[in-house]
Design a protein around this ligand. Structure first.
Ligand SMILES: [Zn+2]
Length: 216
């Protein structure tokens, strides 16, 4: 089995096991040269066989094989076309991120890992899933961010590795969860701009290099 399919299988399992998606929701893909492999439409992510990942030409959008690619195919293509530096795209429906963002609020930075790892987060108002309109909107913000929160829908993350994309997904969901807990107990103290800046300056290189070190 190729390295790409091995990674896809590992992380398809992980996002279900960690409840970042429920049912057949969510989709993931990885770049392989000028092609990408994406989860097929309508499958339980844990039930995808190695030969069922759908091969798509990134430039032309041509789909190979008999299976239908994820209905969010266009969104994934936009990411690879706009970002030559990334190899992985992950889209999930994590409950706290969807919950907090659907209330109209942004997900604040409450603990050091968030600003150290995530350079910024883009928010999109609700757009109909699977449409070209949504894919275009994602394409417009993905140049400046690795994390896109779609209100009333879900989250998309991109990474140099699938591990990185997964890490971003976990951190944004943890941030939304901690914010929900803090808001329930009292008033959350959000990290100040200076604290966020310091963490980015001091830690991001260290955090990132540590992350990439064990990216297998
Ligand atoms: Zn979705």
């Amino acid at each position: 089995m190729s390295e790409v399919k091995q990674q896809l299988k590992i992380y398809a399992n992980k996002i279900v096991e960690t409840a970042l998606v429920v049912g057949a929701g969510g989709n993931l893909s990885m770049r392989d040269g000028t092609f990408m492999y994406i989860s097929p439409s309508g499958f339980d992510l844990q039930g995808i066989d190695d030969d069922q990942w759908v091969k798509v030409d990134i430039k032309t959008g041509e789909v190979f094989g008999d299976l239908k690619p994820s209905s969010e195919l266009l969104m994934h293509l936009e990411c690879y076309r706009k970002r030559s530096d990334i190899t992985a795209v992950l889209h999930a429906h994590p409950s706290y991120s969807v919950g907090v963002s659907s209330s109209g609020k942004d997900i604040p930075m409450l603990f050091p890992d968030a600003p150290a790892m995530i350079r910024n987060v883009s928010y999109l108002e609700y757009l109909i899933p699977t449409t070209e309109v949504l894919a275009t909107a994602v394409g417009e913000v993905i140049m400046d961010t690795d994390v896109v929160v779609m209100r009333n829908h879900g989250v998309l993350t991109v990474g140099k590795t699938m591990k990185e994309a997964y890490f971003f997904m976990q951190i944004i969901e943890e941030s939304a969860k901690v914010f929900t807990i803090a808001s329930t107990v009292g008033s959350p103290r959000i990290l100040t701009d200076i604290e966020v800046e310091d963490l980015r300056n001091l830690s991001s290189e260290k955090y990132r290099s540590n992350l990439l070190k064990d990216s297998k």
